[in-house]
Design a protein around this ligand. Structure first.
Ligand code: ZN
Length: 164
């Protein structure tokens, strides 16, 4: 049995006046590089997930098509939303990263869609896996639906009746 009292730690006595740390003086060299260079913001890719998103070309096309503003509320666009979600089969579908599946939104509307997924499948902000985004228009308001085409153009359809 080993008694605790028998364990002795050998300690070197500290001498008064001896600094235990050796420090080199800080040198100021002006503002650091990090503070001078603003971080590169890629508003269309704020997700931390590493995945294969749309090409730069497609992003630019969607950004231009949507006039740089959120398609839902008209505020400055911040993120490109996938109507048919990526992952879990989404990424295997080449149409996932094509213009008809992408729509520019601001952060608030993107979050709104995530919170109201059931309604958004009806409204067309989200597209069910077995459906084609080309065939599912977005109901932007009660009377108007928006169709996103493969070539990056859109068309609006006047809805005479709400049939959903
Ligand atoms: Zn919005």
């Amino acid at each position: 049995m080993c008694k605790v009292s028998e364990v002795r730690v050998k300690r070197t006595e500290l001498k008064r006046g001896t600094s235990t740390l050796t420090r080199s003086p800080m040198k100021r060299r002006g503002p650091s590089r990090a503070s001078r260079t603003p971080p590169k913001v890629r508003p269309w890719n704020t997700s931390a997930r590493v995945d294969t998103g749309p090409s730069e070309e497609t992003r630019a096309l969607v950004w231009a098509r949507d006039g740089g503003v959120c398609r839902r509320c008209g505020k400055p666009g911040e993120q490109i939303h996938h109507r048919k979600p990526r992952g879990a089969g989404g990424t295997s579908d080449p149409a996932t990263n094509e213009p008809q599946n992408l729509v520019l939104l601001d952060q608030a509307c993107h979050e709104w869609i995530e919170r109201n997924r059931r309604a958004c499948y009806v409204l067309g902000w989200l597209v069910r896996r077995h459906l084609d985004p080309l065939e599912v228009p977005i109901l932007v308001n009660v009377t108007t639906s928006l169709r996103l085409h493969h070539d990056g153009t859109t068309s609006t359809e006047r809805r005479l009746e709400v049939d959903r």
